[in-house]
Design a protein around this ligand. Structure first.
Ligand code: SAH
Length: 401
């Protein structure tokens, strides 16, 4: 078991965010390090007067020098600690009663489940873990053992291949971490709809689990029955398959990934639907939307679910221009009374800012836009009040006049 290897003493008046239980301690707040902690080691954080504040794990390679795990001086960060936090996350998921209609969901949402740097998703009988920090890396074997004990999966995939690993000085890893390999295409169910997922090579951990509740909300039969839908940034069909299940007349799926669209079309067949009328267009969303504008094409409903545009503070302005252009283009393709479901998964862009961007697009497109529902990530992706950064997904369902 890794003992505490060092004590970090904060500069005067820098303890507020730790006392407020924000789980990140930035390098600038640290006055002195007593000891020689290695990446991933457990450390204690003390106020400038020497008072204990919290325990966390250290990484000298990251600006986020410590990720805090406990504010209780008596809590040991041992096997029982990891086991207990994982059990707590499990209990929360069980209360959501997602199974059996839904067999894929997030079990552990990192900081928001008290486990900074660790993401665990369940896909049917398999688990996919992402270790994003040196601290999780150092405790990975304990974590894997606990995951096996609590969930008894057939296998655990490791998809520690997110770009943020580089900021921690960690290489990318993609492997079978324990047990069996999943089939090349594992079939999961979400609200009774079947999706094929490739756990070792798909985006993120294989599927965009955070959009589950929004897929349901946006494709209510009142909204989509007998309507046409343009599903932009479709990935493996997500919103489009729900629309088909709820009676959409025709769906056009757009994505830059040809492979994702192949899976989307297979997913439609997998659910027993015969849909010669649907289209699958591989290409750049902006180009395709411009083409529809230039050819006066309209759709009753448009879904815009782009990838993250803002990766750092520096990107925010450029990202907002991208969101504005995208929404402006989509607004041009909607008839009066049409519906727009528009999302941003950039944690750095707040709901308020995203709403302002949408306002700018509406003004420029000379359209009246009514927000009929504000959308966010599902309950298996909880948000900590002390860590507002965990609220990254936001969206609006709008009626457009
Ligand atoms: N709506 C999907 C998730 C979308 S994720 C669902 O419900 O599952 C974002 C998608 O955007 C990815 O599939 C990615 O391949 C695609 N993408 C990224 N840049 C793109 C671009 N410029 N044009 C079209 N698609 C793009």
């Amino acid at each position: 078991m890794s003992p505490i290897t060092a004590q970090l003493i904060l500069k005067p008046k820098r303890e507020k965010s730790v006392l407020n239980r924000h789980p990140w301690l930035f390098s600038g707040a640290i006055g002195r390090v007593d000891g020689e902690p290695q990446p991933g080691d457990l450390v204690q954080v003390l106020a400038s007067n020497g008072r204990f504040l919290a325990t966390g794990y250290f990484n000298p390679h990251s600006q986020i020098r410590v990720r805090l795990l406990s504010w209780d001086v008596d809590e040991q960060i041992d096997e029982d600690f990891w086991h207990g936090r994982l059990q707590q996350a499990n209990r929360h998921r069980q209360r959501l009663k997602l199974e059996p209609a839904t067999t894929a969901y997030r079990l552990v949402n990192a900081e928001a489940d008290g486990l900074p740097g660790l993401i665990v998703d369940k896909y049917d009988d398999f688990l996919v873990i992402q270790s994003l920090t040196a601290g999780v890396e150092a405790h990975k074997e304990i974590i894997l053992a606990a995951l096996n004990e609590i969930w008894q999966p057939k296998g655990i995939m490791e998809r520690s291949d997110a770009d943020v690993r580089a900021k921690e000085g960690l290489p990318k890893i993609s492997r079978v971490a324990s047990g069996e390999s999943p089939p090349e295409t594992l079939v999961i169910q979400e609200n009774g709809i079947q999706f094929g997922v490739n756990l070792l090579h798909g985006h993120k951990s294989g599927f965009y689990l955070d959009q589950r509740e929004n897929r349901t909300a946006v494709t209510h039969p009142h909204h989509v029955a007998n309507k046409t839908m343009l599903n932009v940034f479709a990935y493996t069909g997500g919103f489009g398959l729900y629309a088909i299940a709820n009676g959409a007349a025709q769906v056009t799926h757009v994505d830059s990934s040809y492979d994702a669209l192949v899976l989307a079309e297979q997913n439609v067949g997998r659910n027993g639907w015969k849909r010669p009328q649907d289209e699958y267009l591989a290409g750049d969303a902006f180009d395709i939307l411009r083409h529809y504008r230039d050819t006066d094409q309209t759709f009753d409903m448009i879904v815009l679910d782009p990838p993250k545009f803002a990766h750092s503070q520096r990107d925010i302005e450029r990202a907002c221009r991208g969101y504005k252009d995208l929404n402006w283009l989509a607004l041009r393709l909607l008839p009066p009374g049409g519906l727009l479901a528009t999302f941003s998964c950039s944690g750095l862009i707040s709901t308020e800012l995203f709403q302002k961007v949408l306002f700018g697009a509406a003004v420029d497109a000379r359209r009246q836009v009514q927000v009929i529902q504000t959308l966010t990530q599902g309950p298996d992706h909880p948000v900590l009040l002390t860590f507002p950064e965990s609220a990254y997904l936001k969206g609006f369902l709008c009626r457009v006049w």
